[in-house]
Design a protein around this ligand. Sequence first.
Ligand code: ATP
Ligand code: MG
Length: 555
Amino acid sequence: MESKSSSSNFIRNIIMEDLEAGRVKEVVTRFPPEPNGYLHIGHAKSICLNFELADEFKGRTNLRFDDTNPVKEDVEYVESIKKDVQWLGFDWDGLFFASDYFGKMYEKALLLIRKGLAYVDDQSADEIRASRGTLTEPGKPSPYRDRTPEENLDLFERMKKGEFANGEKVLRAKIDMSSPNVNLRDPVIYRIVHAHHHNTGDAWCIYPMYAFAHPLEDAIEGVTHSICTLEFEDQRPFYDWVIANCETEAKPHQYEFNRLNLTNTVMSKRKLKQLVEEKVVDGWDDPRMPTISGLRRKGYTPEAIRAFCREIGVAKSYGVVDERMLEHFIREDLKLKAPRTMAVLRPLKVVITNYPEGQVEWLEAENNSENEELGSRQIPFSREIYIEQDDFMEVPPPKYFRLFPGNEVRLKHAYFIKCEEVIKNEAGEVVELRCTYDPETKSGTGFTGRKVKGTIHWVEATQAVPAEFRLYEPLIRDEDENEENETSFLERINPNSLETLQGFVEPNMKEAAAQDKFQFFRHGYFNVDPKDSEPGRPVFGRIVSLKSSFEVGKA
Ligand code: ATP
Ligand code: MG
C-alpha cells in the first residue's frame, strides 16, 4: 500500500504510546457499520483509519455489522458494504454481526440486574424522556427504580418470552439520575421490539440499545481502540461504565474523531436513502451520489479515495472539506493511467474540400504524452470530420484562436485546416463548415513553415462511434450563507445536476469496457458507465474536468 500519511492523526500517537507502555500487545480495530444503507465517502474515512492503523502496527481489523435494530436493516446493505470495503482495498480479519452476540449481551444484562445495576421500568418512552431532566436540572427517579433484583430478573425474563407489547417495559441501567452527563441518567439498555431480524429471525423480541451493545461487541472481539465519530464523545462515560461493570475480559477504549463533511453534498444514510426512494437519483450508485458505489460508478479509484482520506487527516475539530479536494486526487491518480483520446460532445460537421473523396489515412496518436508506456494508437482521417461546436465562432471575440472564417488551426494529431465557408440552415444556425487542409502540416513530420495559435480536437466522421456523454454537477447545493431560514436539503437539489449529450468518440473506443477510464482532450476524465453502456454504444460519464481553481495545501 501507499506510503503513510504525513497528516495529523492523534489516534496513531495514542496507539504508539499504548504499545510502548505495554498496555496493548496487539492493536485490534473494527469498522462497525449499521446495515441500514450504502456506505458513503464519510465511511471511507473511518474505514481507511481503522484498517490502515491496524495495518501499520501489524494488528487486526474486523468488519462488524452493528445490526441491533431489526426494523431498518437489510441483507442488501450487508452485501453492498462488504463489496465496498473490499473494493477500497481492505481485507477484514473477522466478519461479525452484533446480532451473533445477543446471547452474550443478554447474559451481561442479567449480570447487571443481579448486581443491582439494572432495573425494569414500566414507564412509557414519553414518561422516561420527561423525567430525564435537563442540562441544568437533575432527572427524577422512576417509581420502579427500587425493584429488587429478583423482581427484575423475573420481569426481564418475561420480556424476553414475549409477554409484553412493544414499549410496555424497558430495562434501564441504574446509574445516577442527577449526573451532569444526561447519558448516565439511567439509560435504557434493552427494549421490546416484536420484529423479524435479518439475521436472528424471530429468536428475540428484546433488543439491546446501541450504547449498551457497542462496548460489549468491542469487548467480545478484543478490540483495543474503538474509534468513532465525535457525536459519541458524551457517550464515552457510559461506554466506560459498561466495560467497568460487565466484567468483560478485554477492556476496550473509545476514541472520537471528527466526521468528514464535504461541500455541496449530504452525508447521512437517512438523507441518501430519501434521494433513492424519492427517485431523485437512479439508485444508491448514481454517479452523483457521495456513496462509495456512486463514486465507483462515476469512475473514482480506490487509490484516489485512500489518498484523499490520508490527506484530510484525523482531528477533533469540526470542519467541511472542499469537494474539489476529492476531485484533485482522482485527477492525480488518472493523470498517468488514463489514455488521452478525442471525443466530440457537441458535434459540428466539417468537410475538408481539398481532401480526396473516399480516401482514409491512419494517423499515429500517442496515448498519453506524459506516460510513454501507454503507447500509441491509429486513428483514421478523411474528408469528413466532427469538431466541437464551440471550437467555431462566426464572429470571434478578441483572443479567440480556434476556428472562424479565414482562420487556420491545428487538428490534434493531424493537419492544419482553414475555414473557408460556413453553411447554415434555414433558421440561420451553423450546420457545417467547409475547410481546406494543408498536406505539408501533417503532425509528426516536423513541419515548421508557419505557426497557428489554436489546436482543436476532432473525430473522423465515417467511422466515429456514437456515444452518450453525461456531465455531472453537484446534486445538492450548499446553503446560501445569507439565507435567513435553514433550507431542507430537498429544496437545495440542483436541477442541472445531470446533462446528457450525444456525440462521437474514436472508432477504437467501440470496444471500451465498463469502468474503462479516459481523458478526453479538453473535456476531462470520463468513465465508461457500467450500467448503461452497451457494446458498440458506450456511455461515458464525466468523472472530473481537467482543471480546477483549487490547490491542495493552499485552501
Ligand atoms: P449515517 O448518519 O450516515 O448513517 P452513521 O454514523 O449512522 O452514519 P454507521 O453505519 O453507524 O453510520 O457508521 C459506521 C462507522 O462510520 C461509524 O464508526 C461512524 O462513526 C463512521 N462514520 C459515519 N459517517 C462518517 C463520516 N461522515 N465521517 C467519518 N466517519 C463516519
Ligand atoms: Mg446510524
